[in-house]
Design a protein around this ligand. Structure first.
Ligand code: PXP
Length: 243
């Protein structure tokens, strides 16, 4: 059955809006864990616009479930991963001006650097996932460089406007899943997933881990983050149980 990692970046976004000390992402992580989340995901961006070094260090100390660190391939950030030892890293592309991660990582165009990072992470027993478009070249590059998993970018699915476009995106995800599994990669998915659109994606067999942030934190404003996480877990369980 598929599981949920809650991305708590936006808890830190609210804190940073006032450069103060609340709300604390560590509190959010505890609530998500109590809700039954499989993991906590945070993106340590180079500009530290939300999650910062202190958060990563404290989350490493306090999170008992999986800690998944989203990060770019920039050397200072790779060193932080080596120091803090998250359970998993998810490599993402990062642009300073973007509101959120835009496209998938170009693994095919950076195979040497990627292979080097994978080796360094494996030395520390950290799993490596790459956040990629559901694209053959990126899956092949991920497996060739020794990655453990890929996270299929669901943004195109989330943005699809017509039923036909939605079906086409779901098919792309299924085809990518097949190729990833053939290449012994674990398959995760995420980006743009909400309470309304999670169903059809959760029904895709063998997508085993979802990273979801914005929609959960948005609902948390009204129902609290524990309940918001519980509701998403319930939906994932309801749909993925039909596999
Ligand atoms: N997966 C990755 C790799 C991401 O970069 C993000 C956004 O930080 C997410 C999942 C979560 O996306 P959303 O906030 O749209 O749920």
């Amino acid at each position: 059955m598929a599981v949920l990692n809650v991305n708590i970046d936006h808890v830190a976004t609210v804190r940073q809006a006032r450069l103060t000390d609340e709300p604390d992402p560590v509190w959010a992580a505890v609530q998500c864990e109590l809700a039954g989340a499989n993991g906590i995901t945070v993106h340590l961006r180079q500009d530290r616009r939300h999650i910062n070094d202190r958060d990563v260090a404290l989350l490493k100390e306090t999170v008992a479930c999986k800690l998944n660190l989203e990060m770019s391939m920039a050397e200072p950030i790779v060193k932080i991963a080596e120091k803090n030892l998250p359970d998993q890293i998810t490599l993402v592309p990062e642009k300073r001006a973007e509101l959120t991660t835009e496209g998938g990582l170009d693994c095919a165009g950076q195979k040497n650097r990627l292979a080097q990072i994978v080796k360094r992470m494996h030395k520390k027993a950290i799993l490596v996932s790459t956040f990629i478009a559901p694209d053959k070249a990126q899956i092949i590059a991920s497996t060739q460089t020794g990655c453990d998993a890929v996270e299929l970018h669901t943004g195109m699915y989330a943005n699809a406007k017509s039923q036909r476009a939605v079906r086409a995106q779901l098919q792309k995800l299924r085809t990518a899943r097949d190729l990833a599994l053939e290449n012994n990669l674990i398959v995760h998915a995420g980006h743009g997933l909400t309470y309304r659109n999670i169903g059809p994606v959760a029904q895709i067999k063998d997508l085993c881990e979802f990273n979801i942030g914005h929609s959960i934190v948005a609902r948390a404003l009204f129902v609290g983050i524990r309940q918001a996480a519980e509701q998403m877990i319930e939906l994932i369980n309801k749909f993925s149980v039909q596999n």
